[in-house]
Design a protein around this ligand. Structure first.
Ligand code: DAH
Length: 353
């Protein structure tokens, strides 16, 4: 015979289970176990009421009804609570989607890509060289012997030998340095390839100098070299003009080829440009005057001593070379006023382009 205390136990156990139910399906299961029509615990007690004595019926009957009512109430409340929770978790598919943060190129990488594309379209190959160079490739082979005053043009980061083996190599005029320009890639390429060819070599260069808005110790250059049997200044002029017009997207750009000095070319020139789109009223303007001519690169015809250093017959082969600052090109194209912004890591700057 069911005792009152047993009924109370059932009630308390079920009430606890209802409280702890964490989903509607768990709740349904508890309800089924307790109030289910066929096998529900309370239902079977109700069904057995008829077997009890009248006295017992009077006692248990109302109690069971009370319990049944209470439990139903608890079930309903819990159900409401759980369905509210799930409603919150369902997302509204009619809302506009969140914007995806897509990655993009760094301005310098973008400019490098554009330069490579333009030169590739003119049948130039893209080559690379190491950032740690020998003194020989960076200077000597480029007609800048030790103690030559022209070495002052490039403030150099020299590397200390790390062990005695390196020391021996270094004694044979192979001291190591961080390349001060991309021009040693010319030397490396010519040492291992036969003309005719045309290449560009983009890459990092390093100078031991104070930084300001236009100078960084670490910057990027693009070197160019074309060697063949009948290469002349006219070819250099054509290629440079084609490249700059395409890069700045201005067919009306004006050019000025000014004599200049670089030990590895003869004659050496500096290329200045002028165009309407460029209104950068800062120090990049040549001569700091009102003129809006901008110096954009150094170039010239490869010096016979450079050909000699790589074992080319300078009577047979001619070539032109050029070198330009990639950062400077990026600054002009995207109107960036401080070179240091490129490596600042400031996302507000990088995300603009
Ligand atoms: N290497 C030079 C520099 O860093 C730039 C340069 C000038 C490269 C003339 C050349 C050249 O190939 O012909 O300032």
């Amino acid at each position: 015979m069911l005792r009152k205390s047993k009924l109370k136990d059932i009630f308390e156990k079920t009430a606890k289970e209802i409280k702890n139910a964490d989903s509607v399906s768990v709740l349904d299961n508890i309800r089924f176990q307790c109030l289910g029509r066929k096998k529900g615990l309370i239902t079977s007690v109700l069904r057995n009421l008829k077997n009890l004595s009248i006295k017992e019926k009077r006692e248990i009957g109302p109690l069971i009804q009370k319990i049944q009512k209470e439990l139903k109430k608890l079930f309903d409340e819990k159900e409401k609570e759980l369905s509210k929770k799930t409603e919150k978790n369902i997302s509204d598919i009619t809302l506009p989607a969140q914007k995806i943060q897509a990655g993009h190129f760094h301005p310098l990488a973008k400019v490098e890509k554009e330069i490579k594309e333009i030169f590739s379209s003119m049948s130039f190959s893209v080559v690379e060289g190491p950032e740690i160079e020998t003194e020989y490739n960076n200077f000597d082979a480029l007609n800048i012997p030790p103690n030559h005053p022209a070495r002052d043009m490039w403030d150099t980061f020299w590397l200390k030998p790390t062990n005695s083996k390196e020391q021996i190599i270094n004694n044979k005029n192979r001291k190591l340095l961080l390349r001060t320009h991309t021009s040693p890639v010319q030397v490396r390429y010519m040492q291992t390839h036969k003309p005719p060819f045309q290449i560009i070599a983009p890459g990092r260069a390093f100078r031991y100098e104070a930084t300001d808005a236009f100078h960084e110790t670490n910057f990027y250059q693009v070197e160019g070299l074309m060697v063949g049997e009948k290469i002349s200044l006219a070819n250099l002029k054509f290629i440079i003009e084609e490249f700059l017009k395409k890069f700045f997207d201005d067919p009306k750009m004006e050019f000025r080829f000014v004599p200049s000095y670089f030990p590895f070319v003869e004659p050496g020139i500096q290329v200045d440009i002028r165009m309407e789109k460029l209104s950068v009223g800062h120090k990049l303007s040549v001569g700091h005057k009102k003129s809006d001519w901008l110096e954009i690169m150094g170039a010239g015809m490869v010096h016979p001593n450079v050909f000699k250093a790589v074992g080319y017959d300078s009577l047979k082969w001619q070539g032109f070379a050029f070198g330009m600052g990639l950062d400077r090109l990026a600054m002009l194209k995207y109107k960036i006023s401080d070179i240091r912004l490129f490596h600042s890591g400031d996302l507000r700057f990088i995300n603009q382009i």
